[in-house]
Design a protein around this ligand. Structure first.
Ligand code: HEC
Length: 133
């Protein structure tokens, strides 16, 4: 029966199409891409439980979006306008470059900042709408 073969082919094409669509919409995840970086490099100082003069907690997306002393550091959809990204560059709009690193005081060369790839992940997440994902 020819029509069964046609149905099978159409079904297979449908699955392939859905897969291609999945790839296209694949986005940066706060939980699995962004948070591990924040946890390692930022939480030592930006945790709700720690003394934190900036008043910015990065324990969750919810707390991040509540902001700190200088307001909410994320402009959803615009990483270039987001304080969170600006504070990771070498010309922060106020205060020090993050992550604040005591070694920086000893020797600029030893300061451990985020890699370009790590900053890009955070910027991509913001540009994709800073979603709760
Ligand atoms: C060693 C402690 C320390 C670490 C680690 C650290 N910070 Fe900070 N952060 C501070 C302090 C202190 C301030 C307040 C002074 C300033 O703005 O420089 C601050 C301020 C900020 C602010 C501004 C908040 C506001 O509203 O004023 C942002 C945004 C920020 N940090 C992001 C980060 C990110 C992202 C990381 C990790 C990549 C990080 N920080 C790691 C200590 C730290």
């Amino acid at each position: 029966m020819r029509w069964t073969a046609a149905v099978i082919v159409l079904f297979a094409l449908g699955i392939m199409g859905a897969r291609a669509q999945d790839k296209k919409t694949e986005s940066t995840s706060f939980k699995s891409d962004v948070f591990p970086v924040l946890k390692k490099y930022c939480l030592p100082c930006h945790s709700e439980d720690n003394f934190n003069p900036s008043e910015l907690s990065l324990d969750s997306r919810e707390l991040l979006m509540q902001g700190g002393k200088n307001g909410v550091p994320v402009v959803a959809g615009n990483a270039n306008e987001s304080t969170l990204i600006k504070k990771l560059g070498n010309a922060p709009p106020f205060g020090d470059r993050m992550p604040l690193n005591k070694k920086q005081v000893i020797s600029e060369g030893k300061a451990k900042y985020l890699s370009e790839a790590q900053v890009k992940i955070i910027a991509k997440w913001i540009n994709e709408g800073a979603k709760d994902n």
